[in-house]
Design a protein around this ligand. Structure first.
Ligand SMILES: [Cu+2]
Length: 459
């Protein structure tokens, strides 16, 4: 098996590069196939989600997407792999695609952090027509109009993982802990109580879903948008940027079912994809760290005895309603009990988490909110972003969204400055909208969301 190379869509160097021409033609084929054909785009999208967010999966192949847990990354890696194989096999049947393009074709990735221009939708996806005037299958008219016409760009902070996320533990056995890859769990379609998304699943993953809009807002339709696959390719790339030294063990007891490019059923293991080149036959063009964007100055704290110790919640507050404006949510933080001593020195192994949980709403507001610890709410106090992929399913006793941020170094900074008062801790939410041309902002008219609980915990 020759290795194929996944390239940056913004580095292809010419409009309608052969890789995108081939992709557009293959997606055209996939859209034309009946939904019963596992190679169709409709079927491929249904592998991710089927029906409403609360519907159980109809079989073991559809409605399988893994979110809010440590299977987010391996499941989506396998999902992309079989999609990529399906595209490649269709390309061999499309006469106008040159043989060498079909033979080496790999899914490109959308690295929105590459430069300012890359924070907009890749232009080939926003054009209703192909290079020669035929209808363009990469165009999705459900996206927000300012995304398709490229007058909107992602905010810089939405384009890279949040502060320190790339170096956090991959997973943790208990909920409410900030991780790279999500809370440890069994296979699950729905959120387990208290579980929170991994940092990478939060930003940039959920933010970009929210930015694009339309099909990209819902689990059951996201895969219908051809840019979904380039977005997830970039998320998958960040796993390679991080590396595999600290991948968890204990995945192998969960397997996933997929259909190959021939429609054949396969069952794969979660840990059967951790070496993409050796196990799946692809590599990324570029896996260097976008330094300076990842909170490089964040101090790291090695855990001893390790993150198995459940965090102790020392402060919590109820509902915060967000609708496009800055909200300051003050709370009090109590003293931890037992081993958890608030006054312990910074050389002790202790982490502080800010958890924003039980997030519900009727509709995706299409923006994110930056969450700050501390009244001044500047970059040095930014814990991370919250965004709202899948929020439509959270009403009526559904499964709310939740995020956990490691704010250890922020607490220490505030302590150093004498600005940490446990009786008066400020958690500030600030809208981070798409950046629109002509000084407009998407934050002006936006759907409300409700944060059910904000808490601070020590571990
Ligand atoms: Cu996604």
């Amino acid at each position: 098996m020759a290795t194929i190379t996944r390239r940056d869509v913004y580095g292809l160097g010419e409009p309608w590069h052969p890789i995108l021409r081939a992709y557009a033609l293959a997606i055209g084929r996939m859209k034309a196939l009946p939904a019963t054909d596992s190679r169709s785009l409709a079927y491929q999208a249904s592998v991710h989600g089927f029906g409403s967010e609360s519907d159980p999966p109809p079989d073991r192949f559809r409605g399988q997407c893994q979110h809010n847990c440590w299977y987010f990354l391996p499941w989506h890696r396998w999902y992309l792999h079989y999609f990529e194989r399906t595209v490649r096999s269709l390309l061999t049947e499309i006469e106008e695609v040159p043989d060498e393009v079909a033979a080496t074709w790999a899914l490109p990735y959308w690295n929105y952090a590459r430069d300012a221009g890359a924070a907009k939708l890749p232009p080939e996806f926003g054009s209703p027509t192909l290079w020669d005037g035929r209808p363009n299958a990469l165009y999705d008219d459900t996206r927000l109009p300012e995304v398709n016409d490229r007058s909107a760009a992602l905010d810089r902070v939405q384009t890279v993982p949040g502060r320190g996320v790339i170096d956090q533990p991959f997973s943790a056995p208990t909920s409410g802990v900030a991780t790279f890859g999500g809370t440890a769990s069994g296979w699950h379609h729905f959120r387990e109580p208290g579980a929170v998304a991994g940092g990478l699943e939060g930003t940039p993953h959920n933010d970009v879903h929210g930015f694009v809009g339309g099909n990209m807002w819902r689990f059951a339709t996201a895969g219908l948008d051809p840019v979904f696959w380039l977005h997830h390719c970039n998320i998958d790339r960040y796993w390679e940027v991080r590396g595999h030294d600290a991948d968890p063990s204990g995945w192998a007891n969960v397997s996933f079912d997929f259909r190959t490019e021939t429609g054949a059923a396969v069952r794969v293991e979660a840990d059967g994809c951790v070496d993409p080149e050796a196990q799946l036959g692809y590599r990324y063009e570029d896996v260097t760290r976008p330094d300076g964007l990842l909170g490089g100055a964040v101090r790291r704290f090695e855990m001893a005895p390790g993150p198995e110790l459940p965090p102790e919640v020392v402060g919590t507050r109820g509902t915060v309603r967000l609708q496009g404006r800055r909200v300051d949510a003050p709370m009090a933080v109590g003293a931890p009990s037992g081993d958890f001593l608030l006054s312990r020195g910074r050389d002790r192994e202790q982490r502080v988490f800010l958890t924003v949980n039980d997030i519900t709403g009727e509709a995706n507001p299409g923006i994110s909110y930056a969450v700050y610890l501390g009244e001044r709410a500047d970059e040095s106090c930014r814990a991370g972003l919250i965004s709202f992929f899948g929020i439509e399913g959270t009403g009526g006793g559904g499964h709310p969204l939740g995020y956990a941020f490691d704010v250890t170094d922020i607490v220490h900074t505030l302590e150093d400055e004498g600005a940490w008062n446990p009786d008066d801790v400020h958690v500030v939410f600030e809208p981070v909208g798409a950046v629109l041309d002509e000084g407009r902002s998407r934050t002006e008219e936006t759907a409300p969301v409700e944060v059910g609980s904000v808490s601070i915990a020590y571990q």
